[in-house]
Design a binder for this molecule. Structure first.
Ligand SMILES: Cc1cc2nc3c(=O)[nH]c(=O)nc-3n(C[C@H](O)[C@H](O)[C@H](O)COP(=O)(O)OP(=O)(O)OC[C@H]3O[C@@H](n4cnc5c(N)ncnc54)[C@H](O)[C@@H]3O)c2cc1C
Length: 395
């Protein structure tokens, strides 16, 4: 008989309580699993992100019954995306389509909190101030326990069938389970952004000039997230300069109208910078572990698709786990459906994002790349709709 193990037990332990982790916990808890989520950062805290959701992301939130809370938090509906290629302006209307009445760009303080609260409402246990530290495994490599550090610094061992790394691009879970990168990219763009009042309210604006990009994303509290993007190497070269100067200089050259509004707006002292990082796909699952969101799949922010994919992958993983659960155990063979599907569905956006992030294009070429991106996103939405196939994740 196995010796008594005094460690508390959860079916699933999720590291990270934002779009990927909170969504995974929500769906698994709705599916009847006993889920613990740990995150060292407090509930509702902001993070580095410009937070524009694409159709697939909005569709997921609608399917799960949480889009109404996003709207109720005062997140404005986006009815148009306007691309600016130098002087050429290409408006794209976001026609209501079934469950998608428009696009939304909730602040991360809003979206992450809504998803975490929804997970807690269906019984997931969320512990803030707790951090994932390590895994323990059987001799043949199957995860049996996770080690977490609580808010008082005490190390605790927890028994589980599955640890989910939703702990972002620098995932500690990925390192501890030895998840390898299966694809990597070489290009990376830096972003500098701030939330400003008095910006255009008529939708997303994405502006492109040779070697530069900028844009505006309306969000909560009558503000817009205004960003500039440039190749990481170019940002590195000007890094010693005042951040406001860099931001306003790129904005002036790329989006003169946004520049005029931004330079008079309050809020520039709150500028934040992301220096850029190459994209990767990591192995998404193994014996007793899985990765979702940026932990398993990171791509350049220039196509604003990270959260949309994080929401999708939370559902792909939840489907695989719930389909593979027979009795009290989660079976690895079913879990393996998840990485295959994630990789197939990610390929197109991953590749076109890297080409856009290369900045090695003319304005005509980047417009073509956006059409490829748009086709990929439409295909993803169609797949999400078709594949629901009786899976019930709604509240
Ligand atoms: C500048 C920038 C702009 C972006 N703009 C957009 C955009 O417009 N649209 C879009 O869709 N995407 C955008 N993205 C990408 C998007 O932010 C990410 O894809 C998204 O945040 C991924 O969510 P996640 O839940 O996987 O990880 P994260 O949001 O990174 O959350 C990871 C969580 O894990 C926690 N964690 C870390 N270590 C541990 C540990 N040891 N134990 C437990 N928890 C831990 C962290 O505290 C954090 O709360 C942008 C990214 C950047 C950098």
């Amino acid at each position: 008989m196995a010796p008594h193990d005094p460690a508390p037990r959860y079916d699933v332990v999720v590291a990270g309580a934002r779009v990927a982790g909170a969504s995974t916990a929500l769906l698994l808890a709705r599916g009847g699993l006993h889920v613990l989520v740990v995150d060292p950062v407090a509930h509702g805290r902001d993070t580095l992100s410009t937070h524009a959701l694409m159709r697939g992301g909005v569709l997921q939130l609608a399917h799960w019954g949480v889009l109404d809370a996003v709207k109720a938090a005062g997140t404005p509906r986006i009815g148009r995306t306007t691309f600016h290629y130098g002087p050429r302006v290409v408006p794209v209307e976001i026609e209501p389509d079934g469950d998608i009445d428009g696009l939304y760009a909730p602040r991360r303080t809003v979206l992450d909190a809504i998803l975490a609260d929804a997970a807690a409402d269906v019984g997931a246990e969320l512990r803030y101030g707790w951090a994932f530290e390590d895994v323990r495994r059987t001799p043949n490599g199957h995860v049996t326990h996770v080690v977490v550090r609580d808010e008082e610094g005490v190390r605790r061992s927890i028994r589980t069938d599955l640890v989910v790394g939703a702990d972002g691009m620098r995932s500690r879970v990925a390192r501890r389970v030895g998840a390898r990168a299966t694809r990597t990219t070489t290009h990376a763009t830096a972003s500098v952004y701030a939330h400003l009042p008095g910006m255009p309210e008529d939708g997303y604006h994405w502006c492109f000039e040779d070697g530069l990009a900028a844009g505006s994303i309306p969000t909560n509290d009558a503000e817009a997230c205004v960003f500039v993007s440039l190749p990481a190497a170019r940002f590195h070269a000007v890094r010693g300069r005042n951040l406001q100067e860099v931001f306003l200089d790129v904005l002036r050259r790329t989006a003169p109208e946004l520049f005029e509004r931004a330079r008079g707006a309050g809020g520039l002292e709150r500028l934040r910078a992301f220096p850029g990082a190459p994209g990767f796909l990591r192995e998404a699952a193994g014996p007793g572990w899985a990765l979702v969101g940026d932990a398993g799949y990171f791509k350049d922010p220039l196509t604003a698709h990270g959260m949309t994919d994080a929401l999708r992958d939370a559902e792909l993983l939840a489907r695989a786990v719930l389909a593979g659960r027979r009795g009290p155990e989660i079976f690895d063979d079913a879990l393996l459906a998840y990485p295959r599907l994630r990789d197939v569905l990610s390929e197109g956006v991953f590749e076109v994002t890297d080409r856009i992030a290369s900045f090695a294009w003319s304005l005509e070429e980047v417009a073509k790349l956006h059409r490829v991106l748009s086709r990929e996103m439409k295909a993803e939405v169609e797949w999400l709709r078709r594949s629901r196939d009786g899976m019930r994740f709604a509240a």
